[in-house]
Ligand binder design. Sequence first.
Ligand code: HEM
Length: 130
Amino acid sequence: MLASALVNENELYSAIGEDGFERLVAAFYRQIPGDDVLGPMYRGRDLAAAEHRLREFLIFRFGGPERYIELRGHPRLRARHAPFLVDQTARDRWLQLMGNALVEAQLPAEAEQMLRAFFESTGTFLINRQ
Ligand code: HEM
């Protein structure tokens, strides 16, 4: 078995820090305005604020400071995505853009694998339309 430097999800924050999450989420959101599936969902929304919410959520979720909770309360991610049409196409595109962002951010391999697995399962959980 391969030894892993990361024992559990709560240690991801100390492994990649604010900077790792910052670079990842910035690389993801940079692709949003030009995306034909996801771009239209954000029309009229404040992209910088959306980027901030996702970054703070991930920092909280992976063992960092709980500023997301102070800002937004319990995540309630399914309820918060209910206004948006999240079908298989949207889910797959979200994962594709996040996959690009993961490549760009060049995080340690264990961190990247852990985040990929989390995004894939959460993306599936958030599907709310056939
Ligand atoms: C499956 C495809 C997905 C679509 C189409 C989608 C779309 C959106 C949209 C349009 C917003 C509103 C932006 C805003 O905050 O103003 C949003 C918010 C958010 N999304 Fe997603 N999302 C998806 C998957 C995910 C995944 C996998 C995660 C988990 C990492 C996630 C986490 C969040 C968070 C934390 C917010 C902010 C919630 C809040 O505090 O209001 N989303 N999403």
